[in-house]
Design a binder for this molecule. Structure first.
Ligand code: NAP
Ligand code: GFB
Length: 342
């Protein structure tokens, strides 16, 4: 973060969730820097859909930096069920957080998009320049459009009131230069599918890996089969929450572009849902039957993203091997079954 002017106070919205807990862990284990004060909040501290509560939180914390994670989040099936809620709730949260951060003088905000918000009809691999090049997959258009507006709003806050331009920088990022207004940076990261301890293991609402982990736990205890939804052929890149947390700290301190950056394992690490299920089965030593319920949606077939921009900055960053990360997550779930979100 260069030479901070006075103390650095980092507010992490969504601090009680999967990603927020991972950042808490890596900071607690020594990744924090002297002079950094970390404040992790949840909806119990402020309902960020409410502008008054958002303002009260920011007035109290006076953050110099914000990692903005708070959102209505869910897997494919929760998105299909509540597309409008995903749009409305996340639009309110995002506008309240970004505008309030701007009002209180926050120097840097790192928000969170997702690789699922890219155009459904696209070429591969997807990269950061393609966000607005077409409609997202129908299964999560509410969530996707709310997330895309973060990128649009960042360009407003990044521009010094158009900086003499006729309007906000071109959405493709080429047409308009962005400005660091008074040394202020409002940017975003674009994680791929995240998993790890403290995930949402609810089978209906959660993402695929926590859902499968919970299902295997139940199948083992009842001696029944594991049902994987869909055909198992869709493909995903999965990032371990603790790896993402380490990358978030680098973005907070070193990344200074308004343009977003994809945080993902490489294209070569993409696996099929079937392979992901096999990794969970192996990690939990499950020997029961595995069946595929093809009456359930497959959702997006793939959203293969390039991590070339990340690699250009961090060529030596080591991701946790997928099977090791799955094993650690399964162990966490077994050890924390009672209090896990499920
Ligand atoms: P999560 O586990 O569901 O946590 C969501 C967090 O947001 C919780 O701390 C929750 O607080 C908070 N929150 C929700 N609604 C709120 C509200 N109205 N006011 C204040 N706080 C609120 O989500 P996650 O997986 O950590 O996701 C974190 C970020 O990463 C999100 O922006 C998400 O879009 C993004 N992302 C996630 C994935 C993924 O696969 N998980 C992939 C790409 C991007 P409570 O605990 O009080 O409910
Ligand atoms: O993680 P997931 O729910 O969301 O993965 P997406 C859905 C894929 O996994 C589909 C298959 O192909 C499902 O058929 N699947 C198999 C399962 N078994 C299960 C299961 O038990 N639970 C679940 N959930 N899926 C999300 C977006 O897309 O990606 C969100 O909708 C978010 O907005 C997230 O951005 C990162 O990867 O398809």
């Amino acid at each position: 973060m260069g030479e901070p002017e006075g103390p650095t106070r980092i507010l992490v919205t969504g601090g009680s969730g999967l990603v927020g807990r991972a950042i808490q862990k890596v900071v607690a284990e020594g990744a924090g820097l002297p002079g950094e004060e970390w404040v992790f909040v949840s909806s119990k501290d402020a309902d960020l859909t409410d502008v008054a509560q958002t303002r009260a939180l920011f007035e109290k914390v006076q953050p110099t930096h914000v990692i903005h994670l708070a959102a209505m989040v869910g897997g494919l099936f929760r998105n299909i069920k509540y597309n409008l809620d995903f749009w409305r709730r996340n639009m309110h949260i995002n506008d309240n957080v970004l505008h309030t951060a701007f009002e209180v003088g926050t120097r840097k905000v790192v928000s969170c998009l997702s690789t699922c918000i890219f155009p459904d009809k696209t070429t591969y691999p997807i990269d950061e320049t393609m966000i607005h090049n077409g409609p997202p997959h129908s299964s999560n258009f509410g969530y996707s459009y709310a997330k895309r507006m973060i990128d649009v709003q960042n360009r407003f806050w990044g521009a010094s009131h158009w900086g003499g331009h006729s309007g906000p920088p071109g959405l493709d990022g080429q047409a308009g230069a962005y400005f660091q207004q008074h040394g202020r940076t409002f940017t975003a990261v674009i994680p791929t599918n995240v998993f790890g301890p403290y995930d949402n293991f609810n089978i209906e609402d959660g993402h695929v890996l926590p859902g499968l982990i919970h299902k295997v736990h139940l199948a083992k205890s009842s001696g029944s089969a594991l049902t994987v939804w869909g055909t198992g052929t869709p493909r995903r890149q999965f990032i371990y929450s603790l790896d993402l947390a380490r990358l978030f700290l680098w973005v907070l301190r070193e990344y200074s572009e308004v343009e977003p950056i994809i945080l993902s394992v490489g294209e070569e690490d993409e696996v099929s849902i079937r392979e992901a299920a096999e990794a969970v089965v192996d990690a939990m030593d499950f020997h029961g039957e595995v069946i595929f319920d093809t009456s359930k949606s497959d959702g997006q077939f793939k959203k293969t993203a390039s991590n070339g921009k990340l690699r250009a900055h961090l060529p030596d960053f080591q991701f946790t091997p997928f099977k090791q990360a799955v094993k650690e997550t399964c162990n966490w779930f077994a050890e924390n079954y009672e209090q896990a979100r499920k």
